[in-house]
Design a protein around this ligand. Structure first.
Ligand SMILES: C[S@@+](CC[C@H](N)C(=O)[O-])C[C@H]1O[C@@H](n2cnc3c(N)ncnc32)[C@H](O)[C@@H]1O
Length: 283
């Protein structure tokens, strides 16, 4: 996957040359090209910004250099291969879901604004505008770096164990469970006993429970959208016993209660009684 960043300050993207992303570039899994669009400025002094018409504070990026820089891109790798993203606090807000969506493109081109912003006509260059969050940065560079980091780690091979992608926060709409490493006892703070048990089913159940607990306590917005499975029933009932406020949401999982098993009826035709629902409950 290729990332192209149009920026006036390429050094602000230096973190992309470190650690996991550096190794991924060396391995040829991703490519990151930084293009200083000042090189495309037409004037003798390479001006890229100017005062806003109608007055007002700050300077705006002029359209000509960015248009020239984008037009100089080599042919698109295919109809759905390239996506041009304008970094803007007015765009749709970046999230793990947006990262997954953008990771499907072969090439992502980021246009970084700076100063007071950009001439409105620059918007026409982009397929979409994306914001890092509801705050204003001095430029799009740090937003582009954060987005590239989140997207690149979804590219197959960039992370060693892809299983970790499925279990981490947001992957399944919940926050990740608490994690521990050695030592078992750190100043009296113990690793939960279940994690030392080697009992995979108990560990999986504990992790699911703690994920749900964290999501309820920290992210009510995620909690409201969660869809529970039959396997969650007993975990949710346990949590409701521990956190009364969580019990107020019982209507959301009441229907998942295991049905009492019906006895097999012995009748002359040798038929069976109605089977109980076969939901896999946590062991
Ligand atoms: C100071 S900001 C301009 C803000 C602009 N005057 C406005 O109110 O929308 C300069 C540039 O930083 C980038 N930027 C600022 N905040 C951002 C955010 N939350 N997400 C993505 N890019 C951002 C954009 O490229 C923007 O053009």
């Amino acid at each position: 996957m290729r990332f192209v960043v149009f920026t006036l300050f390429p050094e602000m993207l230096a973190p992309l040359r470190e650690s996991i992303l550096q190794r991924a570039q060396e391995a040829g899994l991703i490519e990151i090209r930084l293009v200083n669009f000042r090189d495309y400025a037409l004037s003798k002094h390479k001006n890229v910004d100017d005062e806003p018409y109608g007055g007002g504070a700050g300077m705006l990026l002029k359209p000509e250099p960015l248009f020239a820089a984008v037009r100089a891109l080599p042919e698109s790798p295919g109809a759905s291969g390239r996506r041009i993203v304008l970094l803007s606090p007015q765009g749709r807000v970046f999230s793990q879901r947006v990262a997954v969506e953008l990771s499907c493109y072969e090439e992502l081109v980021f246009l970084c604004g700076h100063y007071e912003g950009f001439d409105e006509r620059i918007r026409a260059l982009a397929d979409e505008e994306v914001s890092l969050g509801d705050f204003v940065l001095t430029g799009g560079e740090l937003a582009a770096a954060a987005m590239i980091d989140a997207i690149a780690r979804l590219v197959p091979g960039v992370l060693g164990q892809s299983a970790s992608l499925q279990e981490e926060s947001y992957a399944a709409g919940v926050l990740e469970y608490p994690q521990y490493t050695r030592p078992e006892d750190f100043g009296g703070r113990q690793v939960p006993e279940v994690l030392l048990s080697g009992h995979h089913a108990r560990i999986a159940r504990w992790r699911r429970k703690e994920s749900l607990r964290r999501t309820f306590l920290r992210r009510p917005d995620l909690w409201e959208r969660l869809v529970f499975t039959a396997e969650d029933y007993s975990v949710l009932e346990e949590l409701a016993g521990e956190i009364p406020a969580l019990g107020e949401w019982r209507d959301r999982w009441r229907d998942l209660a295991p049905r009492p098993k019906t006895r097999k009826k012995k009748n002359s035709s040798g038929g069976r009684g109605e089977p109980g629902r076969t939901s896999g409950h946590w062991p």
